[in-house]
Design a binder for this molecule. Structure first.
Ligand code: PLP
Length: 401
């Protein structure tokens, strides 16, 4: 407590963030997660900013499965996995994830952030090359930093640039090359072109890794993920993902791959070796979610219908969106103060969504991002659309027609 300058420096930085409008306040909910949530002030809001794609966060069946696992396996284990923190429910979940994803084996982590943080360093060294999409998630960037492999970056979703970087890694005589991409980029809802990525990997003898956090459970006809959507099941070397979005939304992550990869991670991956096991109730609930979505595609089908409806209607009203099919629907307002004003007005009108502006998205690309859920009813989506129309007219974004 003797270095006062440290604290005044922090206060100054925080003040600067507030002045630049970049300070991120927490929005406190007084209810469970869902299509509708209750704010701290008691108001009910339609939630358009959760990663609750299948509506399984706050869902009663998921909760009951967690309660059953809590009852059977207890609250916690006070151990990492390899000492005395592995229960049958963890092994069952790893098997179920492998079978769902079409892979050989799976290792669980406390978060996808840890899965990505712990995947590169055990598998690659200075002889190797990691070729990473420029917009990859922060946890991939951090994971790559922890590894000694040479780093190559290609422009977002740009296959010509990817090929250039593959050639550069080849020219540099790198031993193993791995192409790394998010399956879906969450700011734009862009789906990675995994078919083309796999073709390039085959041409250059490279491995492929996909972080499918915004896709597992609903992308593709049976919800397996972006690899199913792009027709490349069985052709991706490493898949990482989260249990904290579509698959129930509590927390937890995983890496899924050939068994020699997963066994190596169990021996050497630091977030796995030095961090506590996933709570058994989360493992149990995740297992029930996988069983449920393997039995029926009803939830992902409803999500697909809701997304198509919302995308069509929001454009009909007169808004500009990033084209696509993913339930992340960015509504482009371009101007940062306008995006802020718009999000605030939508909040008053009972809709929770988030505004993004530079430096989170490129300059001049400010937007509000909406995320559609299987839990949204048609009536709720219509209320959201009516609020968009009202706020859009009030702020002069859309004209009377
Ligand atoms: C959300 C997300 C993560 C982090 O997931 P957690 O399980 O919450 O740590 C990692 N990668 C991508 C692409 C994500 O969207």
């Amino acid at each position: 407590m003797s270095d006062q300058a440290f604290y005044t420096g922090l206060q100054q930085n925080l003040e600067n963030l507030r002045e630049q409008g970049l300070f991120k306040p927490e929005r406190v909910l007084a209810s469970r997660q869902g299509a509708e949530v209750v704010a701290q002030d008691g108001r009910t809001l339609i939630n358009m900013c959760a990663n609750n794609y299948l509506g399984l966060s706050g869902d009663i069946e998921t909760q009951k499965a967690a309660a059953a696992a809590l009852e059977k396996y207890g609250y916690g284990l006070s151990s990492v996995r390899f000492i005395c923190g592995t229960q049958t429910v963890h092994k069952d979940l790893e098997r179920a994830l492998s079978s769902f994803l079409g892979t050989e084996d799976t290792i669980l982590y406390a978060a996808a952030f840890d899965a990505n943080g712990g995947v590169f360093e055990p598998l690659f060294d200075e002889n190797d090359a990691i070729i990473s999409d420029a917009l990859n998630h922060a946890s991939i960037i951090d994971g790559v930093r922890l590894c000694k492999a040479a780093r190559y970056r290609y422009a977002n979703n740009d296959m010509a640039d990817l090929e250039k970087q593959l050639q550069a890694a080849l020219d540099a005589g790198k031993r193993h090359k791995i192409i790394v991409t998010d399956g879906v980029f969450s700011m734009d809802g862009t789906i990675a072109q995994l078919d083309k990525i796999v073709a390039l990997a085959e041409k250059y003898g490279a491995l492929t890794m996909v972080d499918d956090s915004h896709a597992t459970g609903f992308m593709g006809k049976t919800g397996r993920g972006t690899h199913e959507h792009c027709g490349v099941i069985g052709k991706i070397d490493i898949i990482t993902g989260t249990l904290g979005k579509a698959l129930g939304g509590a927390m937890g992550g995983f890496t899924s791959a050939r068994k020699e990869v997963i066994e190596t991670l169990r021996q050497k991956s630091r977030p796995y070796l030095f961090s506590n096991t996933l709570a058994p109730m989360i493992a149990g609930a995740s297992l029930s979610v996988l069983e449920r979505i393997s039995k029926s595609t009803e939830l992902r089908d409803r999500l697909e219908e809701n997304t198509a409806y919302f995308r069509k209607e929001i454009e009909r009203i007169g808004f500009t969106i990033k084209p696509g099919t993913h339930p992340v629907v960015p509504v482009m307002l371009f101007d940062a103060p306008l995006a802020q004003k718009f999000a605030a007005r939508m909040f008053e009108l009972g809709v929770l969504l988030s505004g993004f502006f530079y430096p989170v998205v490129p300059m001049g690309q400010a937007r509000v991002r909406t995320q559609v859920s299987a839990a949204h009813t048609r009536e709720q989506l219509d209320r959201v659309l009516a609020a968009f129309e009202q706020a859009g007219r009030e702020l002069g974004i859309i004209k009377n027609n």
